[in-house]
Design a protein around this ligand. Structure first.
Ligand code: HEM
Length: 124
């Protein structure tokens, strides 16, 4: 889920030294935006990248950044995700997401829903 629909869409960096990114020279002081979620759908990295496969192998992803500023909350985030899924799937055996009633606020940075109604059809 972090690869397929991770909430953080992009981050910025300011170059301290001249470097080259994708064949483009970046000079000191110039700003670069890296698109985490675009990278997470890169077909050179992931087969069939626009498909959600819960058990696919994901050796690496930029969902939590990389290097010096790698997400310090990664373990809390993954724990929260696991708990909410475990608890939900333990209690609910059949459900449907009411996509038409879902609400997303416009944001270039964050992908997420403020409301995502779920119709519970059967409990476990
Ligand atoms: C699914 C949830 C989360 C996602 C997708 C996420 C994503 C990210 C990403 C991509 C970065 C790197 C930013 C960069 O490159 O500049 C980052 C940094 C950071 N995250 Fe998260 N994060 C999540 C949850 C959390 C949580 C739960 C916490 C705190 C408990 C947290 C605290 C931080 C902090 C403090 C940094 C900055 C680290 C630094 O600059 O050294 N994050 N996060």
């Amino acid at each position: 889920m972090n690869r397929f629909c991770g909430p953080a869409q992009w981050f910025g960096r300011t170059a301290r030294a001249e470097t080259t990114v994708g064949g483009q020279i970046v000079r000191p002081g110039q700003r670069v935006v890296y698109l985490t979620q675009s990278a997470n759908r890169d077909p050179r990295e992931f087969d069939n990248p626009d498909s959600f496969q819960w058990n696919r192998s994901i050796p690496r992803t930029l969902a939590f950044g990389l290097g010096q500023y790698f997400c310090i909350g990664v373990h809390v985030a993954r724990l929260e995700e696991r708990i909410i899924l475990d608890e939900f799937l333990t209690r609910v055996s059949d459900y449907e997401i009411d996509v038409d009633a879902a609400i997303r606020r416009p944001s270039s940075f964050q992908l997420g829903f403020v409301e995502l109604p779920v119709i519970v059809r059967a409990t476990a």
